[in-house]
Design a protein around this ligand. Structure first.
Ligand SMILES: Nc1ncnc2c1ncn2[C@@H]1O[C@H](COP(=O)(O)OP(=O)(O)O)[C@@H](O)[C@H]1O
Ligand SMILES: O=c1ccn([C@@H]2O[C@H](COP(=O)(O)OP(=O)(O)O)[C@@H](O)[C@H]2O)c(=O)[nH]1
Length: 229
């Protein structure tokens, strides 16, 4: 696929690991990544069901969000390792922070990572990675097809939004913030980082990989674009 611009893609854990590891999905996703000739691609993977299971089990013993986040991060790295086994060189570790990821990206053209530190989600990691290497485009593959004015799973009548600016996205995201494990389309910190560095976010349903391909090719796609104007 002829696509010259470097990008970061944040793959929701709900795609990789909805209830168990979705091997077929990982194969299809990897095929697309391998077919793209963008100079650099950063892939950031979420925790999915493994994160939920471990965080919820641990809640029987502690309500400390810092430590709950830590176990969530472990799950993201587990998922990152399996995605990496289908895309990149397994000899290279999963980067544990953005600096390490940047170093790997200087050497390798494709890198895979999960979470970094407590306090945010892999959405923020993906935008920070983009910011650090000067990438201006982030794709967010998630479990909803667009951003809506309200959480569509709670309010099925909510209106979908095709294009919005960072501030609008921030206020909608904040509405569904409930602390660790919040059910947001993207975490609010990620949107602030994107805003300060003018990083465009393209959110779409991750299961429709043809739609993702269209978005990569700069063609029309079903999703929401978040940018400055
Ligand atoms: N305004 C909104 N628009 C779209 N999705 C929203 C909104 N508010 C909350 N959500 C929720 O955001 C979640 C995003 O996907 P999520 O299940 O966290 O997947 P992942 O983190 O794996 O990408 C969905 O469950 C959706 O219900
Ligand atoms: O840099 C990170 C990435 C993840 N997490 C924790 O790990 C969980 C799972 O990550 P994420 O929400 O990104 O996964 P997904 O929702 O895509 O399954 C989050 O809810 C956080 O608790 C974290 O603390 N720091």
């Amino acid at each position: 696929m002829n696509f010259m611009e470097s990008f970061v893609v944040s793959v929701g854990g709900s795609m990789i690991n909805p209830s168990s590891v979705d091997v077929e999905y990982i194969k299809e996703f990897s095929k697309i990544i391998k077919s793209v000739d963008a100079p650099k691609i950063g892939i950031v993977v979420g925790g999915g069901q493994t994160a939920r299971t471990y965080v919820n089990s641990m809640k029987n013993f502690t309500d400390n969000d810092f430590f709950l986040d830590e176990i969530g991060i472990m799950a993201t790295r587990l998922n990152a390792k399996i995605v990496k086994s289908s895309i990149g060189k397994l000899e290279l570790n999963i980067p544990e922070d953005v600096n390490e990821a940047v170093k790997q990206l200087l050497i390798e053209d494709r890198i895979v990572m999960g979470g970094t530190v407590p306090g945010h989600t892999t959405d923020t990691v993906s935008v920070l990675l983009a910011e650090a290497v000067g990438i201006k485009k982030v794709y967010n593959l998630t479990s909803v097809d667009r951003v809506y004015e309200d959480d569509p799973k709670k309010n099925p009548k909510a209106k979908a939004i095709e294009t919005m600016n960072y501030k609008e996205a921030f206020s909608i995201s904040l509405k569904s913030y409930t602390g660790a494990g919040s059910n947001q389309f993207m975490d609010s910190v990620a949107l602030l980082i994107a805003m300060r560095s003018g990083i465009e976010i393209n959110l779409m349903h991750g299961k429709d990989l043809n739609n993702f391909k269209n978005a990569l090719k700069g063609e029309k796609f079903i999703g929401t674009k978040i940018r400055a104007d």
